[in-house]
Design a protein around this ligand. Structure first.
Ligand code: PLP
Length: 381
């Protein structure tokens, strides 16, 4: 009898197996175990905003590995302190504080808990097509019925309104609301961009009723949509910001930045691994690289070029783009199209049965971008 089961038998397929084994990665490219090269326009589901295997990040992690690997939350270390100070400052939320965790869904769990504790209210308002993660709280704030199927009762007192619908917003946010949770651009929901009026009204209503405005920047953050955070396009400040994905430069980290007035009681929330030295060192190095290179990234120009090229393809019916976050509705199955594109050497994502999504590294060069566009034109025409 074999002692080890076959690998395929023990894999729980969480993301739809693409039948590709990574052997090597660099910048905007990955190579499979047969030595074939692919242009990566999904960047690890939006994690590798500054490309794969940046030497500055690897060096920082290696250095940290030889110094301190773990430090419990009861003690401090300089990488964690530096990261918290930077995140608080980068949000523009003066005096804000930071809770560090390990993922996007955990950053949302903390936000929901803080909002309920702070307001003493329970109602959470989210948006139709919103996505905030797969743990029970985040699942309750998110919408997709497919993600909730069979999960039983979720958090009570959560409701969902139509995205960018002012009337629905005004009807939902009231004196019983603990928080309105918003993606400024819905990622999993198909790259749908909130109107400025909707964002402004959400901010105003939350102020007026004492509800907290939680902005989920897990996918949109760290310059994916142009500015460092997507809410900065609207000149508002949230009460709580959720971050994860690209922050760790590939290492797992989540961050919840919250207004100073919010005072969760010590011991009500925490994380054993949150703020661990390796992830914090990686995040600090990632921020160094991003902030250093930011002026040269041409995020909006590259995004607009990719969008125009997609619009010229005969199988594309609609394109939505903001920065380097794009979706293209197509006339056929997205799953099938992703397989064709992959065969031709390009990795992309879906965001619906007939919607392709692109999250290329922000430092993808113009020639790499055009190489990807050539593949897309071949398959989408
Ligand atoms: C907007 C948003 N929030 C939360 C999450 C959950 O993040 P994680 O998968 O790290 O838990 C995601 C993941 O795609 C996301 O896009």
């Amino acid at each position: 009898m074999p002692i080890m089961p076959m690998l395929n038998e023990c894999v729980f397929d969480v993301a739809g197996d693409r039948e590709l084994t990574f052997e090597k990665v660099s910048g905007s490219y990955v190579w499979d175990d047969a030595g074939r090269r692919y242009l990566d326009f999904m960047a690890g589901h939006g994690v590798m905003n500054m490309g794969h295997s940046r030497p500055e990040i690897s060096q920082a992690v290696n250095r940290q590995l030889s110094e301190i690997v773990h430090c419990s939350a009861a003690f401090s270390h300089k990488q964690r302190q530096r990261l918290m100070t930077r995140l608080s400052a980068l949000t523009g939320m003066v005096g804000s504080r930071v809770f560090l965790s390990n993922s996007g869904t955990e950053s949302v769990e903390a936000a929901l808990k803080f909002a309920r504790i702070h307001t003493g209210r329970s109602k959470i308002v989210g948006c139709i097509r919103g996505f905030h993660g797969r743990t029970y709280g985040a699942l309750s704030a998110g919408f997709n019925p497919r993600h909730r199927k069979g999960c039983g009762s979720l958090l009570p007192d959560c409701e969902h309104i139509a995205f960018s619908n002012l009337e629905a917003l005004r009807a939902a946010i009231d004196e019983n609301t603990a928080a309105f949770i918003l993606e400024i651009v819905q990622g999993e929901g198909g790259v749908r961009v909130a109107t400025d009026l909707f964002v402004q009204e959400a901010r105003r209503l939350c102020h007026e009723t004492g509800a907290l405005l939680i902005v989920d920047e897990v996918q949109t953050g760290f310059a994916r949509c142009g500015p460092l955070f997507a809410y900065q396009r609207h000149q508002i400040l949230p009460d709580i910001v959720c971050m994860a994905k690209s922050l760790g430069g590939g290492l797992p980290i989540g961050a919840t930045v919250f207004d100073r007035a919010i005072q969760p009681v010590k011991g009500m929330h925490g994380s054993t691994f949150g703020g661990n030295p390796l992830s914090c060192a990686a995040a600090n190095a990632f921020l160094d690289v991003l902030l250093n290179d930011y002026a040269e990234l041409q995020i909006e120009e590259k995004g607009a070029h990719l969008a125009d090229s997609l619009r010229s393809c005969s199988q594309v019916t609609e394109v939505r783009q903001i920065g380097l976050m794009l979706a293209a509705d197509i006339t056929c199955s997205a799953r099938l199209m992703l397989a064709y594109i992959q065969k031709d050497g390009l990795l992309a994502l879906s965001a619906g049965p007939q919607t392709l999504r692109f999250l290329p590294p922000l430092n993808t060069s113009w020639s790499e971008l055009n190489e990807g566009i050539a593949i897309l034109k071949r398959t989408l025409n």
